[in-house]
Design a protein around this ligand. Structure first.
Ligand code: GDP
Ligand code: MN
Length: 336
């Protein structure tokens, strides 16, 4: 393949390495899952895997969020398998539901068109609520206020390797903001006016653009057009302080005011990715090659020298999404 070799996590971050003080360093972090009560079986499977591969050695607290109260069954089954503290929170209605000022006729027309065009989740209101919540609200939840870092986990994902280093500590000590494992193209039909909106924002607020940003990862013509590359946000290890900061707060409010979360189907993945690529330094974005990760239908399997062996990974390295034609890893490598 034509991909470069990813920069490895240094040895002394691994608990197993001699002279390591890795286990004594901790970050102010939580593992976060948004889920419905009906997701309980698949939520349990994801938690079980991440506990076995990582968290049983670290005992970071888990936070679960839902716009409906979690059932006793959900709470009991999750509490049974976590190694550290766990809390279950309710999303406030004004962080979840479509705001009153959205023109419902226009929103309905937008959904109907997407259904006709066979766009995935095109007709779903709840999916749009979820995307908007994940874009601009989760980090404001009361249960998350005490934390800086989060690891986003979804039901039914897989962790294919041992994670013997603390990715939160690595990010903190190396001044990172956002970590990903899979990057790909977005469906243009879900975000037809997003980039124009982003360009408008950049013109109005040039002061928020970082001088060493990663805009060339998502634009092949210096910012004129969007190449649809984004980080797949069902996996994220990131700083909530970045989302809480002035640049992203203004950015989210600006996007939200255009109504594109409902008139179109703007995803939290392109919204987060574009913001990180514009407002952070490109070296603050971390590709976690070492973390073997699967969300149907794609898997990232470590490709760095010795990483697959070290992590005792169960994934097939030759089937890693990194090499897929639909992957944006080439664009990512291009800007390194
Ligand atoms: P996909 O990965 O884009 O196909 O979307 P998912 O169906 O996996 O949803 C993304 C995340 O949001 C998962 O963690 C889901 O459990 C969660 N989610 C999606 N819709 C809802 C919802 O209506 N309510 C709640 N509480 N969680 C949701
Ligand atoms: Mn998912």
């Amino acid at each position: 393949s034509d991909l470069g070799s990813p920069e490895p996590i240094p040895d002394d971050y691994f608990a197993s390495s001699p002279h390591s003080n890795a286990t004594s360093r901790r970050a102010n972090a939580t593992i976060l899952m948004l889920a419905r009560n009906s997701d309980v079986d698949s939520a349990v499977r994801s938690v079980r895997e991440l506990e076995d591969r990582f968290n049983r050695n670290f005992q970071y607290p888990w936070v679960f969020l839902n716009e409906e109260p979690f059932s006793d069954d959900f709470k009991t089954r999750i509490s049974n398998i976590v190694s550290g503290p766990v809390s279950f929170g309710l999303v406030p209605p004004d962080h979840w539901y479509q705001p009153d000022w959205i023109d419902e006729e226009r929103a309905t027309a937008g959904r109907n068109k997407m259904v006709q065009d066979n766009i995935i989740y095109g007709g779903s209101k709840s999916y749009r609520n979820m995307c908007r919540f994940n874009s601009g609200f989760f980090y404001r939840h009361q249960l998350l206020q005490q934390y800086k870092w989060y690891w986003r986990v979804e039901p039914d994902v897989h962790f294919h390797c041992n994670i013997d280093f603390d990715p939160f500590v690595y990010m903190e000590e190396n001044d990172k903001v956002y970590g990903f494992t899979i990057t790909m193209y977005e469906y243009h039909a879900t975000i037809p006016t997003l980039w124009d909106t982003v360009k408008e924002f950049m013109q109005d607020y040039p002061e928020y653009l970082d001088d060493n940003n990663a805009i060339n990862y998502m634009s092949d013509d210096g910012g004129q057009s969007y190449n649809l590359c984004h980080f797949w946000s069902n996996f994220e290890i990131a700083s909530m302080d970045f989302w809480r900061g002035e640049a992203y707060s203004k950015f989210f409010d600006f996007l939200d005011s255009k109504g594109g979360f409902y008139y179109e189907r703007w995803g939290d993945a392109p919204v987060h990715s574009i913001a990180v690529a514009l407002f952070a330094r490109k070296d603050q974005i971390q590709f976690f090659d070492e973390i073997g990760y699967e969300h149907n239908p794609y898997t990232h399997c470590p490709r760095g020298e010795g990483a697959w062996q070290r992590g005792r990974c169960s994934c097939n390295p030759s089937k890693s999404f990194d090499y897929d034609g639909y992957s944006c890893m080439r664009q990512w490598d291009r800007i390194q």
